[in-house]
Design a protein. Structure first.
Length: 365
């Protein structure tokens, strides 16, 4: 079976796509990858050289979640259709929404990793205004055109249904990783975080505000400049900012950091949390439904808007070696349930189901 898969290069979806592509090999699934968002970084290109992806088509077309993306969305739709014509996929796996309503010669799957409407609600505490009307219509059309919709958590499924429903069916397939890449190592006394520093949903700036009151240094990996912004607009953290790092470099920090902190306001799955947990980090997380869904009983949870609670939770783990090690062990044990092999088996079964129900030559729309 051949699957055409799209991937946003700016976040965790790219890592998800590569892990899934590798794990799909045992099911006889070959992946043709089409990347959007921005050009591949050198570390992403390095990962691709070591991946089983059959063919890679790179672009820098803006995605529907970016500012004023619509001319790019139209152009990238034509680009993706040409790729589909050349590669003749049995199934199309969209990791974004906009292009599912186009006519395709194979069934299409849309994975709702996140969306701007639910992001806005979580960050601002209110429904979005008129500026997201076109975006919302685009997402709704994509979800309704898809042969099947998938969400990475039950929390995200309920969000999709609440914001864009009714939909006939939304399956939950949790993300997974190759645990061999994220093994615990000798821990050193530091706090680590990874994510887009500019993104209010990640709430990494809360760590910056309390860094001086922690007994250990704080290191953060991630881009401080939002897409379309200039470097002068970038967030400037006072903690130890490492800048954007490749996945291999981040894995080194996960392996040695004793504590991983992400006081997120919005995190539909939390791939970085899973990688940190697999690496045996004690977790301090935002008290939000999606993270509770996956990590309740295996992490410390704090109110995302309470800097004092975040400071106290981290300092408590710093001071209590036994407690910190217990949380690290619990996180590692929980992480083992989220494997790339399990994720791939679920997707391979879904691809086969879609192909059996929709023979080639019929539109999925």
């Amino acid at each position: 079976m051949r699957v055409l898969m799209t991937a946003d290069t700016l976040g965790g979806v790219f890592s998800y796509a590569l892990d899934l592509s590798r794990a799909l090999q045992v099911h006889g699934v070959q992946v043709v990858l089409a990347t959007l968002g921005r050009p591949l970084t050198s570390s992403q290109k390095s990962e691709l050289r070591n991946s089983p992806v059959l063919d890679v088509h790179e672009s820098s077309y803006a995605l529907e979640w970016m500012d004023e993306p619509w001319s790019d969305v139209e152009a990238s739709g034509a680009w993706l259709r040409k790729i589909a014509e050349r590669t003749a996929p049995d199934c199309i796996h969209f990791n974004h929404f906009a292009h599912a309503p186009l006519r395709w010669s194979a069934p299409c799957l849309v994975v709702a990793h996140s969306c701007v409407v639910s992001w806005w609600q979580a960050v601002h505490g209110s429904p979005p205004g008129q500026h997201l009307v076109r975006y919302r219509a685009c997402v709704r059309a994509g979800l309704r055109a898809a042969s099947r919709v998938v969400a990475p958590t039950a929390t995200m499924r309920e969000s999709v249904l609440g914001n864009y429903g009714p939909l006939a069916r939304v399956d939950v397939i949790p993300n997974g990783i190759n645990h061999a890449r994220f093994a615990p190592r000798a821990k050193i006394p530091c706090v680590f975080a990874a994510g887009r520093i500019w993104d209010e949903a990640k709430n990494i700036r809360a760590l910056d505000r309390i860094a001086a009151s922690l007994r250990w240094p704080v290191y953060v990996a991630g881009d401080a400049t939002a897409p379309g912004a200039t470097k002068s607009d970038a967030a400037r953290p006072t903690m130890n900012a490492l800048g954007p790092l490749g996945r291999a470099a981040i894995a080194e920090y996960f392996g040695t950091a004793a504590i991983y902190a992400l006081p997120a306001r919005y995190e539909p799955f939390g791939l970085s949390v899973l990688e940190a947990a697999a690496s045996g980090c004690a977790l301090v997380l935002g008290n939000i439904p999606s993270l509770l869904e996956n990590w309740y009983g295996a992490a410390c949870f704090v109110d995302s808007d309470d800097d004092g609670a975040l400071r106290d939770a981290i300092n408590r783990l710093i001071e209590d070696d036994t407690l910190r090690e217990a949380y690290g062990a619990a996180a590692r044990k929980r992480a083992l349930a989220f494997s790339a092999a399990r994720m791939a088996a679920s997707y391979a079964e879904l691809y086969a189901e879609l192909c059996a129900a929709s023979p080639k030559g019929l539109s999925c729309a």
